[in-house]
Design a protein. Structure first.
Length: 310
């Protein structure tokens, strides 16, 4: 049994706790939270050191504001606790590099919650591309999201705005599917944190990627949409669900919406897979080192946007 400590009891922390409750071989050891949690059912600690000393968990997931990840993660790793970090791992790519280096130094697993990779349809597409059975020419993501609020709208806490906070998911998927980006362009708008993103990328194999995001609506206007054009094939996704698949070499796996999962199937799959690999002594399926290239690609997009400003 892998006993998980969830650090942070906001919406994402609670999503991880709900996932832990549904995974065989996992249990929730406790929370770290400075705010009260109604009927938590497990011990709640105001500080991470107190929780680590009292619970001796087998693993921890950091689901707090980005500017706290580096210090909290360093404490957990120093205590020898395998630690998962919500994307984008830290406030900056430097934070992520420092945590990865500490994990290597201590010999303790450190992983990244890139939950879009864990969705069956996304992983299926990655496998088809890797095997050369789907030759992608372009990928485009678009979505209209609720306005950024709280610490997400504070660059001093989040590290920036929409591109780093949400766009990292789709930058990572494009890079996972298409390889290295050889050219990038971006336009950002909004202050103090950007709430609109338009980005274009060209990948080494010649495929193009596009990302169009806006967080200006009173509420999210449905899930993210994706269109994948490939040689003799076309795929369309609505959130995590493949709604169109023409010309694909094999039937896609089943992936149905589950109303019990606040953010789709990804967090459940992340906890399920991490629990299994930790129990087998293999660390995390997606390490911080695996996540770093996408974080660096986000940084390149910020640089490109700065150069594009008049």
């Amino acid at each position: 049994m892998i006993r998980w400590l969830v650090v942070g009891a906001g919406a994402v922390g609670r999503a991880h706790a709900a996932a832990i409750a549904r995974v065989e071989g996992a249990s929730l050891a406790g929370f770290v939270s400075v705010d009260p949690i109604p009927d938590p059912g497990v011990p709640v600690f105001e500080s991470l050191p107190a929780a680590l000393e009292a619970l001796r968990p087998d693993a921890a997931v950091i689901a707090t504001p980005h500017d706290t990840h580096r210090a909290l993660g360093a404490a957990a790793l120093a205590a020898g606790v395998p630690t998962l970090f919500e994307k984008p791992v830290g406030r900056s790519t430097d934070d992520a590099r420092a945590l990865a280096a500490l994990a290597r130094q201590r010999g303790v697993p450190a992983g990244a919650v890139l939950n879009q990779r864990a969705c069956r349809h996304h992983a299926w597409i990655a496998g088809l591309v890797r095997d050369g059975r789907l030759r992608v020419s372009s990928v485009s993501f678009s979505g209209a999201l609720a306005r950024l609020g709280g610490w997400h709208a504070d660059p001093a806490r989040a590290g920036s705005g929409l591109l780093r906070t949400i766009g990292i998911h789709y930058v990572d998927l494009m890079r996972w599917w298409l390889g290295e980006a050889v050219a990038v362009q971006a336009l950002l708008a909004g202050t103090p944190a950007e709430d609109r993103v338009v980005a274009a990328l060209r990948f080494a194999g010649g495929a193009l990627g596009g990302l169009q995001l806006a967080a200006t609506a009173p509420r999210s206007l449905g899930p993210m949409r994706a269109v994948i054009e490939a040689e003799g094939a076309r795929l369309e996704l609505n959130g995590h669900v493949l709604v169109r698949a023409e010309g694909v070499p094999e039937p896609p796996p089943a992936e149905a919406p589950d109303p019990g999962l606040a953010y789709g199937p990804g967090h459940l799959a992340v906890i399920r897979d991490a629990t299994a690999t930790l129990a087998a002594g293999r660390g995390f399926p997606v390490t911080i080192d695996d996540a770093l290239p996408a974080l660096e690609l986000v940084d390149r997009l910020y640089v490109a946007a700065a150069r594009a400003d008049p």
